[in-house]
Design a protein around this ligand. Structure first.
Ligand code: NAP
Length: 518
């Protein structure tokens, strides 16, 4: 039997008492390691995190915690090769796609180390200016942000075992809040190894960072009122978390990042082959194939003026046709595997649903697998579907509301910008939309039109062709999250991310007392 990974809870490494769940190489089908959380003392471990980890973190200043994050990033940097090997084996990703997760996580951690340093040697944050409460300026109200006294439970999705950990843990730890991470079982190995490396390096106080791998049973029950939960995953699991007694009755604060039918929009007036047209085509093909489309931010719907449907379809399909699919260990392969058999089945089912309402413009089945056995490997070629005409875009409900978490997108023609915005709104709120064009005013108007429906709007014009950071690439400086169906959450956005891990309080006092607060 393969190695059983240990959990880190209550300041010690503990193996579950059950047989465990095997993590499998999605290309070779071989068992890698096992995870198990049976028999863990969750309540005792959570108490240790709150009382020992939380107290030690809160005793530090923001600048000291920022230095702690920088030290953690240094430890992780020195072990990058190990992480790449785990990602190849457990996520089935090619090197460039592993980098999005691993180096994306390290970049985010390092960014928070820098941002935290700018907060200096303080232990609470002022929120705005003091305001007088009466005629005289002697009695005033000052709002403060103080670190919550609970812990942060991070429940993460399978597609970003590194980035998903650090984009949440960095702002939590910087805020002075201890972290318990529960990675998705299918890819828990990388998260577990990173936590192990940082814990063993001794750069964090005991109880500051814990990891529970395996079943989520009992985690929500162990939460107390001042804890927070940051969840990333499917809308179905999000609904369970929202209705859990911890949230519904004990007021545990929750942030949800759920699924999202993200859009790319080519504005009217751009000719086939124009720079804006080519930028859209390139970005769509990249977004569909990066990490085999297993990104919450990936482009799922592509909106083009009706007259450009044919040329956009041909241009995107010809890029997709060049994507080599298969074993990520083969240097000629550009797109690796889906993460598991379950995901492969889910993608096939989702595709069948979409195909009932759209025509196939490029068929993933046309890609022969390189160096991989189709009977074993969880690999699929990229598939582009389309709605043929603007009336078809109106008629096809599923193309607007079905998230296929794989290399699949739909090309949707529209009549005019107003119509495009109406169609995009049928996603009921998304993480990100990108808009392509060459007229700065028209781009700004479209961005404002898209703003209420998205957490981020990514505007691409020829002058930023080589500068823009990518539709699906989540930068720690910008907000990540989205309204409505996307979960209604907010993460990152620079120091804004710290808000979730702090409590806002108004202190009403004499001006003299207020002067001593910060
Ligand atoms: P999932 O099945 O909902 O699982 C997410 C996490 O929740 C896993 O750690 C899972 O553990 C855990 N979980 C399952 N049932 C639970 C319960 N009853 N209570 C507490 N935790 C529970 O989602 P996934 O399949 O891993 O991820 C794919 C989905 O995530 C896609 O829909 C994608 O759009 C979304 N996603 C969103 C973002 C974003 O930032 N908005 C980012 C990435 C992915 P187990 O693995 O052990 O079941």
């Amino acid at each position: 039997m393969s190695e059983l990974l240990k959990n880190h809870l209550g300041g010690r490494w503990t193996a579950g008492t059950g047989a465990g769940t095997a993590l499998v190489d999605p290309v070779l089908g071989t068992e890698l390691v096992r995870v198990d959380a049976t028999g863990l003392d969750l309540r005792g471990g959570f108490a240790h995190a709150r009382e020992t980890g939380g107290a030690a973190l809160r005793a530090m200043t923001y600048r000291e915690r920022a230095a702690m994050l920088a030290a953690a990033a240094k430890v992780l940097q020195s072990k990058r090769d190990d992480y790449y090997a785990i990602a190849t084996a457990n996520s089935g990703t090619v090197k460039n796609d592993s980098a999005v997760d691993i180096d994306g996580g390290l970049y985010t951690l390092s960014t928070y180390a820098r941002l935290g340093d700018s907060l200096g040697d303080r232990r609470v944050l002022l929120d705005g200016e003091a305001v007088r409460l009466g005629k005289e300026p002697l009695f005033q109200s000052q709002h403060l942000l103080v670190p919550t006294r609970g812990l942060a439970l991070l429940i993460n999705a399978f597609n970003f075992p590194s980035w998903g950990l650090w984009e949440k843990a960095a702002p939590a730890l910087l805020s002075g809040v201890p972290v318990v991470v529960k990675p998705a079982t299918a890819t828990a190995w990388l998260t577990q190894r990173m936590v192990q490396d940082v814990v063993d390096a001794g750069v964090l106080p005991s109880g500051a960072l814990s990891v529970v791998c395996g079943s989520s049973a009992g985690l929500m029950d162990a939460l107390e009122p001042l804890d927070v939960v940051s969840f990333t995953g499917s809308a179905d699991t999000a609904a369970l978390i929202r209705s859990d007694a911890a949230v519904a009755q004990r007021s545990v604060r929750v942030n949800i990042e759920a699924d999202s039918i993200n859009s790319a929009l080519l504005l009217p007036g751009e000719a086939p082959g124009s720079e804006a047209f080519e930028l859209l085509v390139k970005e769509v093909a990249r977004e569909m194939t990066q990490k085999s489309g297993q990104k919450c931010t990936a482009i799922r719907r592509v909106f083009v003026p009706e007259a450009l449907y044919g040329s956009a379809s041909e241009a995107i399909a010809s890029r997709l046709a060049r994507t080599t699919v298969g074993n990520p260990r083969n240097e000629s392969v550009r797109m690796g595997a889906l993460v598991s058999r379950a995901q492969l089945n889910a993608v096939r089912e989702g595709l069948a649903q979409l195909r009932a309402q759209g025509e196939t413009l490029h068929d993933g089945a046309s890609h022969a697998l390189v160096d991989a056995d189709a009977a074993v490997a969880c690999c699929v070629g990229p598939t582009l579907l389309g709605a043929r005409n603007a009336a078809g875009s109106d008629a096809s409900d599923r193309l607007h509301d079905t998230e296929v978490f794989g290399p699949v997108a739909t090309l949707l023609p529209y009549r005019d910008t107003r119509h495009a915005l109406q169609l995009i709104a049928r996603g009921h709120g998304s993480l990100v939309a990108s808009v392509y064009g060459s007229d700065a005013k028209a781009l700004a108007d479209a961005a404002l039109g898209l703003a209420p429906l998205h957490g981020r709007v990514h505007v691409v014009s020829p002058d930023v062709a080589t500068l823009h950071t990518g539709h699906g690439n989540v930068m720690p400086q910008s907000l990540h999250g989205g309204p409505g169906r996307a979960g209604g959450g907010e993460e990152l956005g620079g120091l804004r991310a710290l808000n979730f891990y702090h409590r806002r309080v108004a202190i009403q006092a004499s001006t003299a007392s207020l002067a001593h607060l910060a």
